[in-house]
Design a protein around this ligand. Structure first.
Ligand code: NAG
Ligand code: NAG
Ligand code: NAG
Ligand code: NAG
Ligand code: NAG
Length: 428
């Protein structure tokens, strides 16, 4: 793990990055040596009617063949780059640890550089768009603290529908867990953060008002790794390293229930989109699932050895709650839900690479995920698999890192492990 981390950091240190540019075709990296695609040695592939998936025509595809690419100058050794795309696919936000850029994806041009009250010792390292019903967006910047004594904060910046900054900046205590891609209530009006110093408390903020006082969810005795609002916004679930998970009243902050003695450090907290179940993943490893109808019943436990032997840090329900995709190191297991039969197992030989960003696309037609520095996708209907990733000669990071799988405007892609946003035209 440590070697991987050092490689990951080194690979960024080696980058020489230019200003945001938009390139097309193979002209982007002319000086690059021809590279062999990086792919995993398959132990178990996706299957349809018991026939293994095949590569789609032209795949695996490599960096350099992308249709669009965006980048940002990043200080030597910095890992605090992140990107996000607005829900309507109009804008790309990039952060590089200090600055924020809003780029119009139509033209590839820089629209604005929103500002926030930058503080020494704090670096923005995550960004999320929330679309507003009234037009425009909230841009949520998460920061981390790189010097002792500095506090964390999450900033809310308001953008107009033209991508320009409007209004005041809201500053909220805490940090956003990298495990939680949507740290908001479903309506995008409330934000969940975690105490950035002890990590024991979670905070709920109302983003609509200028109220920067939080509702405090206090009671965990070790780091909260993940938190989530229930689909109706009435409850919050937190999963922590104190071997417990807690369910809270999201309006009053009162503790509703504690799931005790989960048997290990807990990583992920999620509700099924239909609001019937909640789950946590446990480091031993396992996934523990409860029905919201009966919080005191014994959980259903899946994902234990030998299904998984390592931490399960990716779980993704399909929007219709019919499938649960789970990912750990070099392995994805997809269950039907709530029957929990295994319907797909994908596994590579090298278990050092962690799956990240498991994402359902077009309902339950496709699933995308990041592994081995690239983005992969499987199509359940055609039994074809896709990969957009680095070649052996590329400077790329680990299987983890801030990035984003985005299906938008007929493009797929997002932040790659070399801190560049690449997009490919998406197969219809
Ligand atoms: C699936 O195919 C494998 C060989 O690839 C075979 O051993 C196995 O029996 C098949 N399973 C079913 C359910 O047909
Ligand atoms: C972010 O980019 C700006 C240039 O736009 C640069 O001045 C700054 O040093 C970069 N920040 C980091 C942390 O690399
Ligand atoms: C701000 O939010 C906190 C926590 O929910 C609440 O106790 C307080 O009354 C709110 N303040 C205002 C002015 O609404
Ligand atoms: C939260 O607390 C309020 C006030 O006690 C109560 O009316 C509401 O039903 C509670 N919600 C949940 C989901 O427990
Ligand atoms: C909840 O589960 C417990 C333990 O299985 C059981 O004793 C209890 O009757 C159940 N409660 C309801 C309301 O189903």
């Amino acid at each position: 793990m440590i070697t991987r981390l050092i490689l990951f950091i080194l690979s960024y240190a080696l980058q020489t990055l230019a200003s945001p540019t938009r390139t097309s075709g193979n002209t982007a990296d002319v000086a690059r040596a021809p590279a062999t695609p990086v792919t995993g040695v398959i132990v178990s592939d996706f299957r349809k009617n018991n026939v293994s998936a095949r590569w789609a025509v032209g795949h695996p595809m490599q960096w350099g063949s992308e249709d669009a690419k965006f980048e940002f100058p990043i200080a030597l050794g910095s890992q605090s780059f992140a990107g996000a795309i607005s829900g309507d696919g109009k804008y790309l936000a990039l952060v590089n640890g200090t600055d924020v850029k809003i780029i119009a994806l139509d033209t590839g041009s820089l629209v604005s550089m929103p500002t926030y009250p930058a503080k020494l010792g704090r670096r923005p390292d995550s960004v999320r768009f929330v679309s507003l019903a009234t037009g425009g967006y909230r841009l949520i910047l998460g920061t981390y603290t790189y010097s002792a004594g500095a506090s964390n904060a999450v900033y809310q910046l308001q953008l107009s529908s033209e991508g320009l900054q409007t209004g005041d900046v809201g500053e909220y205590e805490g940090t956003i867990s990298s495990a939680d891609t949507w740290p908001f209530s479903n309506d995008g009006r409330r934000l969940l953060t975690i105490n950035g110093v002890t990590h024991h408390d979670a905070y709920v903020y109302d983003l609509d008002t200028h109220n920067t006082t939080s509702l405090k969810l206090t009671g965990h005795t070790d780091s909260i790794m993940s938190s989530a609002f229930s689909p109706d916004g009435k409850l919050v679930l937190t999963a922590a390293w104190d071997a417990s998970a807690k369910l809270w009243n999201a309006t009053t902050g009162e503790l509703v229930h504690t799931f005790e003695n989960t048997g290990g450090q807990n990583w992920i907290a999620r509700f099924s989109p239909d609001g019937t179940h909640l789950l946590i993943t446990v480091g031993t490893p396992s996934i523990r699932i409860w029905s919201l109808n009966n919080l005191t019943s014994e959980p259903v436990i899946i994902g234990t050895k030998p299904t998984y032997t390592q931490w399960i840090r990716q779980v993704s329900f399909s929007a219709d709650s019919k499938f649960l995709a789970t990912g750990a190191y070099g392995k994805i297991v997809i269950y039907s839900f709530p029957s929990l039969e295994i319907v797909q197992t994908w596994e590579i030989e090298d278990q050092g690479w962690e799956i990240s960003e498991l994402l359902w696309l077009e309902g339950t037609k496709r699933i995308a995920y990041r592994i081995l520095g690239g983005l992969e996708m499987y199509d359940f209907e055609t039994n074809l698999k896709y990969r957009w990733g680095p070649g052996e000669m590329d400077h790329w990071g680990g299987g983890r890192g801030p990035s984003g799988v985005v299906k938008s405007r007929g493009w797929i892609g997002g932040m790659d492990s070399d801190a560049k946003e690449r997009f490919w035209k998406y197969p219809a």
